[in-house]
Write a protein that binds this ligand. Sequence first.
Ligand SMILES: [Fe+2]
Length: 327
Amino acid sequence: MKQYFLIALTLFITTSAIAKPLVVYSGRSEALVGPIFEQFEQDTNIKLDVRYNSSPAGATQLLQEREASPADVVFLQETSYLSVLANAGLLQELPNSLLDQVPEQFQEAQGRWMGTSARARVLAYNTNLISEDELPQSLAELSDPKYQGKLGWAPTNASFQAHISGLRALWGDEATEQWLEAMIQNQPTAYPKNAVQVSAAGTGEIAIGWVNHYYLHRLQQQQPDLPVKNYSFPQQGDAGNMLMIVGAAITKNTDNQAQAEMLLNYLVSEPVQWRFVNEVFEYPASKNVATHPDVASLDSIEFVEIDQGSLADIGPTLELLKKHGLL
Ligand SMILES: [Fe+2]
């Protein structure tokens, strides 16, 4: 009797191991990527167990769980946090069959994550209130007193904070703080969210907002006639022209290697890339899908070169923002 029980137990454990769903830690919202994951399940018969969280929270959880984590795939809004996980030794080097599908810009130098789409930091400006030639040549110049009373920003926004972390890496802590102090002298209106900030630029409540590029295009879907445009800095490699990459990775201790690779492959496949481009106006990671015609092409912007990992150095950034009363 006892023997049969053991056999049954072994069978149960074996089959449940085979049927174990692929565990995904997703920092992208269910509203955005839920339908994509459902389609993947239908197309492949692979069962997913998607655990939604903010990107920093998902990354922190994995850092705490380490090798004991159930996560097979990590899909985060900011690859900066994937770099943190990679540097903690928790992510595997991806096979070239995956990496080769995205441009070099979308591959981590050591191949431990791949970009699945990207967003650009821009100014959104009201074309009735300010002309393009009055806009700053560089992000540094945005703190010039001539912009006093014209600006908006969203200090609680994750991309804002990532950009400040990027500035600290590029300029150093002291210069970043000086710039921030000069910005505060310009009395920017603080918005809780970037979408509200771009609307405010559209209605003329502010002349210039500091945001991600896609908010404009989402707003224009509702209100195509608002006098608001995106602007990238003409100075080559300016710190304001920062590309923020969304991406995915596979954990080192996954027991679902083939399925995990299939999911990453799916995220850069044409139908999924099409959705990122046409539903949320992001930059595609696939060479086979074109940027949305309303969005400035990646080639038209001189991006600053920056290690995406530095964008996740959030602790000192939050301290800096608190010190100046921005949080
Ligand atoms: Fe956003």
